[in-house]
Design a protein around this ligand. Structure first.
Ligand code: CMP
Length: 139
């Protein structure tokens, strides 16, 4: 079925001017960018977005890294978009990611791993609503 997923191009990638190269990988995989904006996350916003990781040792550092420079938040649409995007991103740890993936090609570390993508259709709906009004999504 056609799905939507929330994608974030992270500060490590926007800083290195990689937005276009990463978007090309999404589009080549058949994902359509149906909403996109470049924003500066506040600590409060990043903290809330990653609330599920609050008890993890890397939480503080993750929030700092996500607010260090602008991010590009986007809605990707396509057949099985959630899983497809996870295939394009590759494993969280770039050392474990398949060579063709965004993280293998561009990530700096397990934390500065260039992209975020929703992990389920349920979370995708929550994460899309976190950043976008319905009127901003134009398939
Ligand atoms: P993301 O897919 O955005 O979801 C949570 C993020 O936490 C993850 O990508 C990484 O940026 C970060 N992360 C996950 N595991 C670790 C770890 N072991 N050490 C540091 N950062 C991590």
């Amino acid at each position: 079925a056609t799905e939507r997923t929330l994608s974030i191009i992270k500060p490590d990638a926007t800083r290195r001017n990689l937005t276009g190269k990463i978007n090309a990988l999404f589009e080549d995989a058949g994902l359509r960018i149906v909403a996109q904006k470049r924003i500066q996350l506040s600590e409060a916003q990043a903290g809330k977005f990653y609330e599920v990781h609050k008890e993890r040792p890397f939480y503080g550092s993750l929030v700092s890294s996500m607010t260090a420079a602008p991010v590009v938040v986007q809605v990707l649409e396509g057949e099985g978009a959630v899983l497809k995007n996870r295939d394009v991103m590759g494993a969280t740890d770039p050392k474990k990611a398949e060579p063709h993936t965004v993280r293998a090609q561009f990530a700096e570390s397990i934390e500065a791993n260039s992209v975020h993508g929703s992990d389920s259709p349920e979370n995708a709906a929550i994460e899309i609503a976190f950043f976008f009004a319905g009127t901003e999504i134009l398939p």
